[in-house]
Design a protein around this ligand. Structure first.
Ligand SMILES: Nc1ncnc2c1ncn2[C@@H]1O[C@H](COP(=O)(O)OP(=O)(O)OP(=O)(O)O)[C@@H](O)[C@H]1O
Length: 246
């Protein structure tokens, strides 16, 4: 799915400074893009606008031609979108493997629901879940309840869940926060391997950002860089004079 933002501005009620300030941005179908920028620059808000969780006061957003501000169109967007959120949103009380398959639930038949209710996972997903979990270093944890996992382990379950559902759009908000360098790289590799899928990843990490073909940097809610070859000087400009929002 392609994404088009035109003159998007979004403010929160208790803030004088807008979180997003006149953002115009086009992301093509199948493109892999990193949102880079200092803390508070608007990365999460931008992802939340694409997901319809924040509705901008001005401007227009289209995701695959659909308007996320309209509930009926938002449902269609969400059906095709995999999300890895900061702090993730796994279902406590369920095993890691159950959480991993939850994104595919709309396609389950009776037999698959029965497998899930027994604490197992539908057989058609087993091979892929195990392979993805192996790549993310959580294969041995699949039967554990998610409340017994560390933050970084949960983050990786959320990534497996997002990828398993074979979305057309993959949105990942700081998917490597809390991960060590090796597991962080595994997460990045999984996102980069999503061929044909539109991928938008937010990060603070320059090393991660540079592995993606396009970097869109935000500062103070505005796009301050959009390109593929981020130099040290570009990076300094993105991060220098970072103001703490009111
Ligand atoms: N629900 C909210 N209510 C009020 N202000 C908010 C809310 N969400 C975000 N903001 C503010 O909007 C601005 C942008 O926040 P956002 O979370 O988009 O930044 P970010 O670039 O994702 O930051 P980080 O890298 O720290 O996650 C910040 O000033 C933040 O305090």
């Amino acid at each position: 799915m392609n994404i088009e933002l035109t003159g998007v501005s979004a403010s929160f009620a208790d803030r004088d400074v807008p979180a997003l300030d006149d953002i115009s941005l086009t992301i093509d179908q199948g493109e892999h893009v990193v949102l880079l920028g200092p803390s508070g620059s608007g990365k999460t808000t931008l992802l939340r606008c694409i997901l319809g969780a924040v509705v901008p006061q001005t401007g227009a957003i289209r995701v695959g031609g659909l308007n996320p501000a309209l509930p009926s169109e938002l449902r269609a967007i969400r059906r095709k979108t995999g999300v890895v959120r900061q702090g993730n949103d796994l279902v406590l009380g369920l095993r890691a493997q159950t959480n991993a398959v939850l994104g595919t639930a709309p396609t389950w038949g009776m037999r698959e629901w029965a497998a899930v209710l027994r604490g197992s996972i539908p057989s058609r997903y087993q091979e892929r879940v195990h392979a993805l979990a192996e790549t993310q270093g959580i294969r041995a944890l699949l039967r554990a309840r998610v409340e017994h996992l560390s933050g970084g382990q949960r983050q990786r379950v959320a990534l497996v869940r997002a990828v398993l559902a074979e979305p057309q759009l993959l949105l990942a908000d700081e998917p490597t926060s809390g991960l060590d360098p090796v597991t962080s790289q595994a997460a990045v590799d999984t996102l980069r391997e999503a061929d044909g899928v539109t991928v938008v990843v937010s990060t603070h990490d320059l090393t991660i950002a540079r592995q993606f073909p396009r970097i869109v940097a935000l500062r103070g809610g505005r796009v301050c860089y959009d390109g593929g070859e981020l130099t040290e000087r570009d990076a300094e400009e993105i991060y220098q004079g970072t103001a703490v929002s009111a």
